[in-house]
Design a protein around this ligand. Sequence first.
Ligand code: GTP
Length: 203
Amino acid sequence: MSRVLGVILAGGRATRMGGGDKGMLPLGGQRIIDHVVDRLGPQVGGMALNANGDPARFAGLGLPVLADSLPDWPGPLAGVLAGMDWAAAKGADAVVSAAADTPFLPRDLVAGLQAAAGPSGLALAASRDAEGKLWRHPTFGLWPVALRDDLRAALEGGLRKVVIWTDTHGAGTAEFGAEGFDPFFNVNTPEDLEAAEALAVRA
Ligand SMILES: Nc1nc2c(ncn2[C@@H]2O[C@H](COP(=O)(O)OP(=O)(O)OP(=O)(O)O)[C@@H](O)[C@H]2O)c(=O)[nH]1
């Protein structure tokens, strides 16, 4: 049976929130990242956090903190790569990524991604907007560790856009969410945080 670990992506700059760590903001009596840990944790065989800067600020979470190995804020794929390298060192087959600013992620994320995986073992999550259009969520994926050197080479070559790389490798798409509730609602701005408080009652 394949062994899957989880990486929570918190390596961004949160410019729309005015800086800091979005995941550490309070939501529904916890922090945003506590919701992420509660939902992802039971689905994987262990978790790490991808974050840049001083890891001491996350000490209370009890998770290993993985910094980007590439300079200049290369985007979420750098965090995915850090997670793949960590999972490979742990002897796992794949890592599932989840963004630290997305408190209502699906409780069946890993099973859904595994069921949708393409021939290379890659899959991205997706959900529909109010008009029924399907949107892929590049920070929620299943990433086989066997592809990590390919991803590293692509990033070192300047690739930044997730779906360009995943399309090249025939990633599957796993659809989540129903009845108008988007489990991938993420907190980018102070207004989003207010909206998330209202959603926390339903989620
Ligand atoms: N490791 C890593 N993760 C990143 C980087 N940029 C964004 N992310 C992560 O990718 C996810 C989506 O990020 P965005 O919301 O687009 O970017 P952000 O930096 O969090 O916020 P903005 O600066 O307001 O766009 C979040 O989980 C971020 O932590 C990066 O350069 N490195």
